[in-house]
Design a binder for this molecule. Structure first.
Ligand code: FAD
Length: 508
């Protein structure tokens, strides 16, 4: 048997191409988790700059921060951040309708079945109220309240689940300081050529405009939509999903704050797309994601500017994209992360998470020398599934709508959707059941909230929900409602919490 090669002698040289959110998340994680096993060099070009729009996250980012040992107050202050309890979807089901997709759970599982079966039974019997009456995040969000809370008093109910909004440029700088202080090296310059080994086809080195070269054993392509290595050099190919996710453009603009920051993101459906509002301490991030097949850029810009809450602080910036994914996320000795790996519109703030999960899977599977095909294949299999399940979740928001006011909404309702989504919708419709695949980022509670929020009510509930007598069920529901409302009422306002724990010096 061949002797396994030791990694103790020579650290693996990892070159991260790109210094946007993806590049610095990768560099920070590599130096922290692999330590002396790697030597990390980030190559970036200030002249090219970063896309600079990813500003809303999901709760998993707190796991990354914990693993990196980042202090929350320092982090929120350092990125001009705010807290996020979920996303409010306005006008998605129909005009003048809204619901919140909250992080965390709704109620708690009783008699081993999900809570919503009990609520749907109660609703059918004429009591029980609204599904979101049992969700502390909704109650806090609607009242503009926030503070971390692990559990709701002494009850078994889960506490407040949350994520962050932050300034994308400040987030990159924050992680850059982190990574550089732990040994990552940064090289400034524009890459003009990617040089491959003529025999293996692996990337060997990149050449900069001024002639300098940076060589490495593993390359992490974080070059954004340019995808310099994974596509430019390796021609990996792209699977286009725009037949289902028809938006292909976004206009982004910051605006002045006119009110205390909401503890949630807003996603407001427009004629042929939707608008985001992301509240930060010093400004609000806004954007209009739209389908150029249904609305022209000038109209999209007017719509965005007409719907800002405060004065625009810059000219709207146009970004074009093709929704889909790279055919392989890890090809030869190149791992693609961030926009270089694919694009899913920011409806559920999943892109930064995909960077996090990509890098964490890669560290779990940090390759042998030489890299085995089986390692790459397994990585690609897992990431493909994760991308596909998120894709289905995003399509769900569009597909289940009742709008008749624009061709876009009618078309997305009538289009065929992937079979994996069709069967999920059918199962929920028939019986209220939701099953989550192993690589599904979103929990049952998330699927539930969007399916129900978009107007789907199951025709039946789990038979086990009938185990409780009516009196027992009424009692249990009233009790949980009381705990949830009481807990939300105890929270301070979001603005007070920020002022107390993590106000950014420049935002004060
Ligand atoms: P970039 O930020 O584009 O960075 C690319 C880097 O590569 C830069 O440093 C650049 O200088 C460097 N580079 C490129 N070419 C060269 C070269 N030739 N030589 C040297 N360096 C080079 N995600 C979320 O999670 N939440 C959101 O709310 C969200 N909103 C979004 C809204 C929009 C409209 C878009 C388009 C994306 C959004 N995203 C969001 C996605 C998120 O912005 C990205 O996933 C994240 O910013 C990572 O980007 P990146 O680092 O891959 O690319």
């Amino acid at each position: 048997m061949a002797k396994p090669q030791s990694h103790r002698e020579a650290p693996r040289k990892v070159v991260v191409v790109g210094g946007g959110t993806a590049g610095w998340m990768a560099a920070a994680s590599l130096v922290k988790f692999l330590g002396r096993l790697v030597e990390v060099e980030v190559v970036e070009s200030e002249a090219i700059g970063i896309v600079g729009v990813g500003e809303a996250t999901i709760p998993q980012i707190r796991n990354l921060n914990r693993a990196l040992e980042i202090d929350e107050a320092d982090f929120v202050a350092g990125t001009n951040g705010s807290f996020k309890l979920g996303i409010e979807f306005i006008n998605w089901r129909r005009l003048d309708h809204s619901y919140l997709h909250n992080f965390g759970s709704i109620g708690l599982s009783v008699n081993q079945i999900h809570f919503h079966h009990h609520v749907f039974r109660a609703q059918a019997e004429g009591y029980g109220g609204d599904l979101w009456d049992y969700c502390v995040n909704t109650q806090a969000a609607r009242a503009g309240r926030f503070a971390p809370m692990e559990r709701l008093g002494s009850s078994p109910l889960g506490g407040v689940a949350y994520a962050y909004h932050f300034d994308a440029a400040l987030y990159g700088q924050y992680l850059r300081r982190y990574a550089e202080s732990r040994g990552a090296r940064r090289t400034e310059g524009r890459i003009v050529e990617v040089i491959q080994d003529p025999e293996s086809g692996d990337v060997e080195r990149v050449r900069l405009e001024d002639g300098r070269e940076v060589a490495g054993e593993i390359f992490v392509d974080c070059s954004g939509f340019r995808a310099l290595l994974i596509e430019g050099a390796l021609k990996t190919g792209y699977e286009d999903w725009s037949r289902w996710l028809k938006c292909d453009s976004a206009l982004a603009v910051p605006s002045r704050n006119t009110r205390p920051p909401r503890p949630f993101t807003q996603a407001i459906a427009r004629e042929a797309g939707w608008q985001w509002r992301i509240p930060l301490q010093h400004r609000t991030g806004n954007g209009h994601v739209f389908s150029s097949g249904y609305v022209d850029v000038d109209t999209a810009r007017e719509t965005l500017l007409a719907n800002l809450e405060g004065e625009a602080l810059a000219e709207p910036r146009l970004i074009r994209f093709t929704t889909g994914r790279r055919r392989k996320f890890w090809n030869r000795n190149v791992l693609a992360l961030g926009l270089a790996s694919g694009f899913l519109e920011p409806l559920e703030s999943t892109s930064i998470h995909l960077v996090q999960s990509g890098i964490s899977r890669f560290i779990q599977m940090f390759p042998t020398r030489p890299i085995a095909d089986a390692e790459r294949d397994e990585y690609n299999r897992q990431v493909t599934l994760e991308f596909e399940r998120i894709r289905d979740f995003l399509i769900l928001h569009y597909h289940l709508n009742e709008r008749t006011d624009s061709p876009f909404w009618i078309d997305v309702r009538e289009m065929d959707v992937p079979e994996t989504l069709t069967s999920k919708i059918a199962l929920f419709k028939a019986s209220g059941r939701i099953y989550r695949d192993a690589q599904d980022l979103f929990t049952e509670a998330s699927w539930l909230q969007v399916m129900h929020g978009q107007g789907l009510t199951p025709q039946a509930w789990h038979p086990m929900a009938d185990k409780l007598s009516e009196a027992e069920l009424r009692d249990m529901l009233a009790n949980i409602r009381q705990i949830v409302t009481g807990a939300a009422a105890k929270l301070p306002s979001h603005a007070d919490h920020i002022a107390r724990c993590c106000a950014a010096p420049q935002a004060a």
